[in-house]
Ligand binder design. Structure first.
Ligand code: SF4
Length: 266
């Protein structure tokens, strides 16, 4: 059994794969997206934050630690509380973050343990990981939720701190029918909210060797300004605003016209 740094576990999740699921949030991410709404998941170590809490009607500032080392067995014990819901809904477990592939040994161990228990597994990834890690993980997960932001190398580098080369190398390395693949596109005003961006993403997907089960569009939302404040992290420059719905639907049409199943939201 391995240990991993977990910063949240959410039960009854319905947006991160089929059925009712538990989402396990692993800490650490090599990217620094301007629009990150989970900044508490980026740093690969526990971090103290100050939060406002109401006790007996009075508001107090309390200190909490984000991130806890847990053994695979501890995480499994938590996951198994909802076994009946997974079985009845066709659900399972989703590993997300941060970037779950940033803790490859722990993630691999969890995927194997889940497989032994016949639990459906999904991994939500930016795709940025060494090839051998990506291949090992994608060989064991049932479903990959693969985030694609842009195929423009310079833009990706400028807005996330990393380029696209390794991400696309990993995407194109998928060869068989397993795992199932859902592409998730965060649509960010001022970054990739142009038709030409969507057309380039759609053309790239047409060259992927595995079937794409669906393309999900994640509109930029209130991305957690309060979290940055609580963590004492400076707000990123050029934080995006809200994307008009009609533009999002236009983008979705690009993919549906090309024959993809599309969905708004995760
Ligand atoms: S890949 Fe996800 S967790 Fe990592 S910085 Fe970007 S939005 Fe945040």
């Amino acid at each position: 059994m391995k240990s991993g740094l977990v910063f949240d576990m959410r039960r009854y999740s319905v947006h991160d794969g089929p059925g009712i699921r538990t989402s396990v949030f692993l800490k650490g991410c090599p990217l620094r997206c301007n629009w990150c709404h989970n900044p508490e998941g980026i740093l690969p170590e526990p971090r103290k934050i100050r939060k406002e809490r109401s006790v007996d009607g009075r508001k107090n500032m309390v200190e909490e630690t984000v991130g806890k080392w847990m053994s695979s067995q501890e995480v499994l014990d938590f996951l198994l509380k909802d076994l009946v819901f997974y079985e009845e809904s066709g659900g399972g477990v989703t590993f997300t973050g941060g970037e779950p592939l940033f803790q490859p040994d722990f993630l691999l161990d969890m995927l194997l343990e889940c497989k032994n228990l016949n639990l459906h597994t999904a991994v939500d990834t930016s795709g940025y990981a060494p090839s051998e890690v990506f291949q090992a993980i994608s060989g064991k997960a049932d479903l990959l939720l693969f985030d694609l932001k842009t195929v423009n190398q310079e833009k990706h580098l400028a807005y996330t701190g990393k380029g696209t080369h390794q991400i696309l190398r990993n995407l194109f390395s998928l060869k068989k029918n397993r795992p199932e693949l859902i592409i998730r596109i965060p649509v960010i005003p001022g970054f990739n909210d142009q038709l030409s961006e969507m057309e380039a993403l759609c053309e790239t997907l047409s060259r992927v060797d595995v079937p794409v089960k669906r393309v999900d569009f994640l509109p930029c939302h209130n991305w957690g300004r309060h979290k940055y404040e609580a963590l004492g992290i400076e707000l990123p420059e050029g934080v995006p605003g809200k994307l008009p719905e009609e533009i999002l639907y236009k983008f979705m049409e690009v993919f549906s016209d090309a024959g993809y199943r599309v969905k708004k939201g995760g």
